[in-house]
Design a protein around this ligand. Structure first.
Ligand SMILES: [Zn+2]
Length: 113
């Protein structure tokens, strides 16, 4: 197993980097990817993928509305577009680190054909 492979994208079969970080983010439990080194079909397990999906959505919603809530409380009312921008901003600042953890540290698993 080579040492420079990020755990989150290491192939469970051959130990090589199986796909790019972005590729991993786009694959889900229902969308396996082929390891580019050994061709094994790999994906994130259903349980892991489901938990991460729910967590990402919950975190995004929470972050968005926390930022919006804080802004309207301390600064004042905002327009609809302003509110939308604040929600998106809050979602992004909470989701980005979570997505990073997902890409780097949630292991891939071999998917049974
Ligand atoms: Zn492989």
């Amino acid at each position: 197993m080579s040492t420079d492979v990020v755990p989150g994208v290491a192939c469970p079969m051959c130990g090589q980097r199986a796909c790019s970080d972005l590729r991993k983010f786009s694959l889900g439990p229902g969308k396996p990817v082929q390891c580019r080194e050994c061709g094994a079909r790999i994906s994130v397990s259903w349980a892991t993928g489901g938990v991460v999906f729910v967590l990402l959505n919950a975190t995004a919603s929470l972050g968005g509305f926390l930022v919006l809530g804080a802004y309207t409380k301390f600064v004042g009312a905002v327009s609809f577009l302003g509110a939308l921008a604040l929600v998106v901003f809050g979602a992004i600042i909470l989701v980005v680190p979570l997505a990073w953890v997902y890409m780097r540290h949630i292991p891939l698993s071999v998917r049974d054909a």
